[in-house]
Design a protein around this ligand. Sequence first.
Ligand code: NAD
Length: 508
Amino acid sequence: MSSTPTAPEIADLVRRVIAEIAAGQQNGAPAAEAVRQPGVDASAAAGSSGAAGASRPAAAYGIHATVSDAVVAAESAFHQLESLGMDGRRRAIAHIRRIAIDDAEELGRMEFAETKIGRLEHKIEKLKVLGEKVPGVEFITSEVFSGDHGLAVIEHAPFGVIAAITPVTHSLPTIGCNAINMIAAGNSVVVNPHPSGRKVAAEGVRRFNAAIHRDLGIDSLVSLVAEPTLESASELFNHRGVKLICVTGGPAVARAALQSSKRAIVAGPGNPPVVVDATADLDRAARSIIQGAAYDNNLLCIGEKQVFVVEGVFDRLLAAMERAGALRLNAAQVDALTNRAIVMAGEGPHRHPVPCKDLLGQNAAVLARAAGAQADDRLELVFGETDVDNPFVPTEQMMPFVPFVRCRDVDEAIQRAYESEHGFRHTAIIHSNDVRAMTRMGRLLDTTLFVKNGPSVAGLGLGGEGYLSFSIATPTGEGVTTPLTFTRQRRCTLVDDLRVLGSPDSLS
Ligand code: NAD
């Protein structure tokens, strides 16, 4: 006797057919098309996940030569994912997590060799923590209103294909993190990576897709434009198949996304200030500042960039910094480093200081030598006293030198911190045991992350509570992104029925 199949039965059937196709591909001919894709390592592509049969297109493992190919492949992947339900999402994410953790050493080395910025141990660690701490499908919950008129259920639906722009400071970690969040929400993603981190981006994406393809038969759930440019970013923003944009980067890309006609989630630049007042535990403050500012040579957008200290504890905090292992530069050395490390960019009224490229993300010992001091490569951070007009104060320097500015009292320190943050409303840190000072600073700076008595990374759940993301949406307000960030709400209403509470006699 035959009956109409149920939705779960259809989903199961589709999954089995896709798995059979994938199994067939693994036994087929070499993935000739895949190995011709730019950025794909031929032997690895052929060996990692099997090959395509002669009569059907070969798996691209997410790597595409054009924006259009990438979006079309991502659209198809989105529909396949949809047919596999929550279990499909869970399994796809599990592969990304496993690869991020198991291959962290190899991929971290690759990222370090390609980008030539930051510290190797932190490149590796960022991949591991992304695998462990970025939230997944457990964040996709529904809300319900149950009352006299029945039920209304609010569910969180995917958008479809999302365009992601990623930074050079954490190329593969941002892609992995975005992919977990977006797939957990049921989407697929097309990435236009930073050109200087595109090779590791391609290798990571290829590994993610090869594993997902082998298990679920979906290719290009995470698609990547192999040769990214500003033009390909703009083409991606404007592609009709793209339903949502997520950019992670500095001022130029944040502006471009905000001007786009599509909805954009913008994880923009920061310049996080630190305030230290007279009630602070100075040794704890010093250790925290070093931990946050030295992490990956201060490439993190949340990393401590300038410190405002009340007069009464200024000299003692600087001594604590030295005890904790940072190297203090004298005034002449600070001047030498400033002249070497900060340059002017832009024209006319837009002229402003920026970090010089060849010192950005370099080791503290390199900065020490540029300042005329000596240090070995184990040194984590250099620091020195500056006045508030030193260009290191307003500049997001992204290097492990931190200026310390002497302030009359905590109110002046908070005001200076506010000015140096430029209204990005990104991240601020205070070391204090005065809750009133904390409250005043929290209210004035109005930042997305506000960390008290710990390193900035505690604000992302690393030594503090909460979860991790490498995309902190600041001007658009979504905050530390989660799977829910990449959903749209749908409401499903049933009038007068299925509220099972109440008297049976009340049903008409
Ligand atoms: P970047 O702005 O130079 O590049 C970021 C990305 O944007 C790259 O892929 C780049 O190719 C692209 N891009 C740049 N200009 C563009 C334009 N006009 N149109 C389209 N795409 C464009 O930044 P970066 O050096 O790679 O990263 C560091 C910056 O990113 C810092 O300012 C940092 O604060 C910020 N950042 C923010 C977060 C966050 O979560 N808020 C996370 C990481 C980095």
